[in-house]
Design a protein around this ligand. Structure first.
Ligand SMILES: [Zn+2]
Length: 157
């Protein structure tokens, strides 16, 4: 794949920004699962994956690009993160359970992300900025005042 042949400005010109969610909704063709598609050298590429490569850099062959925002048509690089296929499956099953779940801004954290924030070496302020949540929420996650259940996984298994 040579994403350098598809430019950032081209990709950005192909989406509409949702002011409420911050999602960049792909306005080009869309595949079966709702993912945006971009044609490159006669092949369809997943638009969100192309976008991730353009803005966030490299991906391993086995890495999947996942959505923080649960919106498969979104290509906002800030809403995308790289994960393994296993993460993708976990992600999918979690989303399967909440397919009609709300997209309330406060529900944008998920267990993996909460754990990432918990483990992150960043200061609460830096983490709050990075994950676009309040500093209080970062502190609460770290003090186990909220998202406590992410620590229970192992003992419950
Ligand atoms: Zn989004």
């Amino acid at each position: 794949m040579r994403p350098n042949r598809i430019t950032r400005s081209f990709m950005l010109s192909m989406c509409e920004v949702d002011k409420n969610t911050g999602c960049f909704n792909w306005s080009g063709s869309v595949g079966l699962k709702g993912y945006g598609q971009v044609s490159h050298r006669g092949k369809n590429k997943a638009a969100h994956r192309v976008m991730f490569l353009l803005f966030n850099g490299r991906l391993g062959k086995r890495d999947c690009v996942l959505h923080r925002c649960d919106n498969p048509g979104c290509i906002n690089p800030d809403h995308l993160f790289a994960g393994t296929r296993g993460d993708n499956n976990k992600d999918r099953s979690r989303k399967g359970r909440s397919v009609f779940g709300d997209r309330h801004p406060l529900s944008k954290l998920d267990d993996d992300l909460a754990m990432e924030i918990y483990l992150s070496p960043l200061s609460s302020r830096a983490a709050a900025e990075k994950y676009n949540i309040s500093k209080t929420l970062v502190k609460n996650i770290r003090n186990r005042k909220t998202w406590r259940h992410i620590h229970d996984d192992k003992s419950a298994a």
